[in-house]
Design a protein around this ligand. Structure first.
Ligand code: GUN
Length: 295
């Protein structure tokens, strides 16, 4: 029987409705959650992510301070902008879209963001708090994945989760979140990466597969245990002459074939993508609540 589709878009809409109510309530207390957005350069994928983030802010009644900087922006100028946002009380969250151009030290920029405004959850203070299980801003894509599992009734406790990919943005944090002793955690986790020997062997053991390798067709049907749950974090642009844009988006999973074996699966697009932006808004609203001593 084909897998049930986990519609991230619908789950994201439900969470956005909850956030909208919060934004209205905060407005009665004189607080409008504000997101400072910084994009350096004009990478097409980054530009489309940033545009979607700004659009979502507007839809939820939030404020966004949008900054599109040229690719040749100096590190000093970028750090000065981050500092200005750190000090601006209208801005509750700061988003510096990654990757940054090669001449900028990404780690130095992430370190410059006030951890209390680090709604991406990339500052080492927030990463450390997450690892030891303290309250922290959780990185948006992994947090979105956990929310999708929770809200579609997938039990993680005792499940064997195989994560494919070890990036700082997805693989490492999602593996850490899944081993936490809390709801949405308590899993047994295997992390696979480019140096893993016999990827298929490991993936076949999984009750839940999280594909975050950034490569189309990384997960094929022969690698999936019947009944496994498959979460596809991949967003890959592949050429498609039939599209006006000249490309289409595919994930890391061979969707059509894997959907015949899995019990639940996320599509691309319409799966994890909408959740990432929603969790960024979640963190920004959370930060605004903290300024009122509410969270
Ligand atoms: N680039 C890819 N994903 C992300 C993300 O979640 N946050 C930021 N800031 N940059 C990204």
């Amino acid at each position: 029987m084909p897998a049930q589709i986990i519609h991230g878009k619908e789950i994201a809409e439900a969470i956005r409705a909850e956030l909208k109510t919060e934004v209205v309530r905060l407005a009665t207390k004189g607080v409008v959650p504000g997101l400072g957005v910084i994009l350096v350069g004009a990478d097409p994928a980054s530009t489309s992510y940033v545009t979607a983030k700004e659009k979502t802010c507007a839809e939820l009644g939030m404020f966004s301070d949008d900054n599109r900087l040229p690719a040749e922006t100096s590190q000093a100028d970028l750090l000065a902008l981050v500092q200005r946002m750190n000090e601006d009380p209208k801005i509750h969250g700061i988003l510096v879209q990654l990757p940054l151009p090669k001449h900028i030290d990404e780690a130095a920029v992430l370190l410059a963001i006030d951890p209390d405004k680090d709604v991406d959850g990339f500052h080492p203070v927030n990463v450390g708090k997450m690892v030891v299980g303290e309250k922290a801003y959780l990185p948006c894509t992994p947090h979105g994945v956990i929310q999708m599992l929770l809200r579609s009734g997938v039990e993680t406790a005792g499940a064997h989760v195989v994560v494919v990919g070890r990036s700082n943005i997805v693989g490492k944090p999602v593996a850490n979140m899944l081993i936490q002793k809390q709801t949405g955690g308590n899993a047994t986790v295997t992390v696979c990466h480019t140096r893993t020997k016999d990827l298929a062997h490991h993936v076949r053991q999984a009750d839940i597969i999280i594909a975050a390798a950034g490569r189309p067709n990384t997960i094929t049907a022969d690698m999936v245990k019947p009944g496994a749950v498959v979460i596809d974090v991949g967003v890959n642009r592949i050429e498609d002459a039939s599209k006006k844009s000249g490309f289409r988006l595919v994930g890391d999973v061979d969707f059509d074939a894997v959907a015949q074996v899995a019990s639940k699966i996320t599509p691309v697009p319409g799966g994890v993508g909408p959740m990432t932006i929603t969790m960024l808004m979640w963190n920004t609203v959370e930060s605004a609540k903290r300024t009122l001593g509410e969270a």
